[in-house]
Write a protein that binds this ligand. Structure first.
Ligand code: ATP
Ligand code: MG
Length: 617
């Protein structure tokens, strides 16, 4: 968080507002106060001058009237000296000059001692002429040009009339120049004192304002610091509560908020950890994206399923990570209802994943992201494929004998039954086909029992050489081909714990295969050896052999190297599949080695003991 500069801080703003308010208030008070003071001081001054002027006016009139009466009789005193005496009597400090002017505008007397020369001259003051002509008091404030610096003076001119009333006659005028500057000086003195008072009180209020603003801004800046600490994940800090006012309440609420935030943060953290452990411990791969399809979360199983690393997948588009960017856009994946198979199979091994998509959506329908769940379905796909293949094989194997039988039976029904030469042959064929089908169905039943572990093995101890010799003898007696049997059996007795019937079936199948594929005059070798604590049985022929790439597959169900040839020899391809199940149930292993045109050798192993006592002793 950035630092608040001093001049932008609330503290300064508060103090500024406070000071400005006080300054404005004092200004208004000051203006009002000085106006009132001016009016009142000026009024008082002017009243006192006017009062004195009235007295002077009265005395002068009396003096003038007396003079006019005396002009008729003879008198010793001049009127001017009488007026002079009056003026001397009335002249005071605050009056600069009093002048008396007669009706012909001639100056009769002046109180100004230094300027007596003007007596007898004409007055050229406009204000005096106006006062005489309108017979009313005239006044104005003028600047006295004789003083330095120039001072303000209040100039008054009043007419002197013989009587008081409408028909009075103007005798002259009186002119007074009073020193009003003193009033203004007094006023500015008071204003100075006032201004000084304002300055002092302002200084005090600024200091007080700073202190008061501090009480508000300190808790606020404290809370600011705490908010900064909280944003960095530090919840241990607490705001100091200074009082119970609104800011104090705010501080309490702030501390409460801190606690709640801490609690909810730890809950979120716990939830996050839980989610992370669920995601990493589940076997399915989970991938989450943001709303643009970029991967934001991917768990370990997903990484191992995709054979990828977290660094190379995070922030990449999901479609390209899943290898779907050619077929689908992110929009398509959002609207994908079914799962999608991802085929990563190579020529060596199949590898198929299934991806299910679900959209993270708000109630408003706004898409927030996509969750993808991955499963490895390689095994399942393989089983499904095997099952489909198996059903196809079974149907095919059954259809062939059935169609053969149908055509023979149709021929018989069409009248062939009457022909004594053909009928038995036809019937014989249907019988053979039926037996083949029965064999097939029995084989299938046996395999299915093995698959569902429903069979039981009747174990018994047999001496293997004797058992083997017995089986070889049986084949030697009934063999239809000119094939030599070579027995490479050891002297030692080996005892095996086996189900003799089942093992006979296995060996019958291996030996009959060898006979089937051996040419006339070939050899079949039978051997028994011991390898790695196991008895290893070998049946080897000089037959046509099996191509290298197919050797491993002859133990698969229904597998025949050359279908047409094998079927003509009566095989369905289940014999070795049953043999493998049986040998493995006995704890052994079966495999074949072959070379085309040279011969085939089938091996199988069995656990053995050297004496036949078994468990009894
Ligand atoms: P079934 O045994 O069910 O009557 P089958 O003999 O054809 O039929 P398997 O015994 O399972 O079936 O053998 C599978 C295939 O392996 C045979 O069809 C044959 O092509 C091949 N095969 C088995 N043994 C030999 C062998 N000794 N020489 C050459 N090919 C063989
Ligand atoms: Mg066979």
């Amino acid at each position: 968080m950035q630092k608040v500069s001093f001049f932008k801080s609330i503290h300064v703003k508060l103090v500024l507002i406070y000071v400005l308010l006080i300054v404005i208030a004092l200004q208004i008070i000051g203006i009002y106060f000085s106006k009132e003071l001016e009016d009142s001081l000026k009024g008082n001054f002017q009243d006192s001058i006017l009062q004195r002027m009235e007295l002077v006016q009265y005395s002068i009139r009396e003096e003038m009237l007396k003079e006019s009466n005396e002009t008729n009789s003879t008198s010793t005193t001049t009127p001017e000296s009488g007026i002079d005496a009056i003026l001397r009597e009335f002249s005071t400090d605050d009056i600069n000059e009093i002048r008396v002017i007669d009706r012909r505008n001639r100056i009769l007397a002046t109180s100004d001692r230094d300027n007596q020369s003007m007596v007898g001259q004409r007055s050229n003051d406009d204000i005096v002429r106006t006062a005489m002509s309108v017979e009313a008091l005239q006044d104005n404030i003028a600047l006295d040009k004789q003083t330095m610096p120039m001072q303000r003076v209040w100039v008054l001119a009043a007419p002197i009339t013989d009587t008081v009333g409408p028909n009075s006659e103007v005798l002259g005028a009186i002119y007074i120049e009073s020193n009003i500057e003193k009033v203004y000086e007094q006023m500015s003195e008071i204003n100075r004192i006032f201004a000084a008072g304002i300055a002092v009180s302002l200084a005090i209020t600024i200091i007080l304002g700073i202190l008061v603003a501090r009480t508000i801004t300190r808790p606020i800046s404290d809370m600011r610091k705490q908010a900064q600490a909280m944003s960095k994940g530090n919840f241990s800090r607490k705001v100091r509560v200074y009082g119970t006012d609104e800011i104090g309440q705010l501080a309490i609420a702030f501390n409460h908020l801190t606690n709640r935030l801490q609690e909810s943060q730890s809950t979120t953290e716990a939830e996050r950890r839980k989610l992370a452990s669920v995601l990493s411990n589940m076997t399915d791969g989970v991938i989450a994206t943001d709303r643009k399809g970029k991967i934001i979360l991917i768990n370990e199983p997903a990484l191992s399923l995709l054979h990828d690393t977290r660094e190379s997948t995070l922030n990449r588009p999901i479609a390209s990570v899943l290898g779907l960017d050619q077929e689908y856009s992110f929009e398509d994946l959002i609207h994908m209802k079914e799962s999608v198979s991802l085929d990563f199979s190579t020529s060596d091994a199949p590898y198929i994943l299934r991806a299910n998509f679900s959209v993270i959506q708000k109630e408003t329908g706004f898409v927030n992201g996509l969750i993808t769940v991955l499963h490895d379905i390689t095994e399942q796909e393989k089983i499904d494929m095997e099952r489909r293949e198996f059903v196809a094989n079974v149907s095919h194997e059954l259809r062939t004998p059935l169609t053969t039988m149908r055509s023979y039976l149709e021929a018989l029904a069409d009248g062939a039954w009457r022909d004594e030469n053909i009928a038995p042959t036809f019937l014989n064929v249907t019988q053979t086909e039926t037996e083949r089908m029965i064999r097939l169905v029995n084989d299938l039943l046996q395999l299915s029992k093995m698959d569902s572990q429903e069979y039981e093995l009747n174990f018994e101890f047999v001496e293997f050489n004797k058992f083997f010799t017995h089986i070889i003898d049986r084949f030697e007696m009934s063999k239809s081909k000119n094939v030599e049997f070579l027995r490479l059996l050891p002297e030692t007795s080996y005892f095996v714990d086996v189900d003799a019937d089942k093992l006979t079936q296995v060996m019958d199948n291996i030996i009959s295969n060898s006979l089937k594929y051996s040419p006339d005059g070939g050899n079949i070798r039978f051997g028994v050896t011991v390898h790695e604590n196991m008895l290893r049985v070998m049946i080897s022929d000089d037959g046509m052999g099996i191509p290298k790439e197919n050797v491993g597959r002859i133990f698969d169900r229904f597998y025949r190297v050359d279908r047409a040839r094998a079927r003509s020899m009566g095989g369905s391809g289940l014999g070795l599949a049953i043999a493998r199940e049986m040998i493995e149930a006995h704890g052994g292993r079966i495999w074949a080695e072959s070379e085309e045109g040279v011969g085939t050798t089938v091996f199988f192993t069995l656990p053995f003991e050297l004496d036949g006592a078994g468990d009894w002793e």
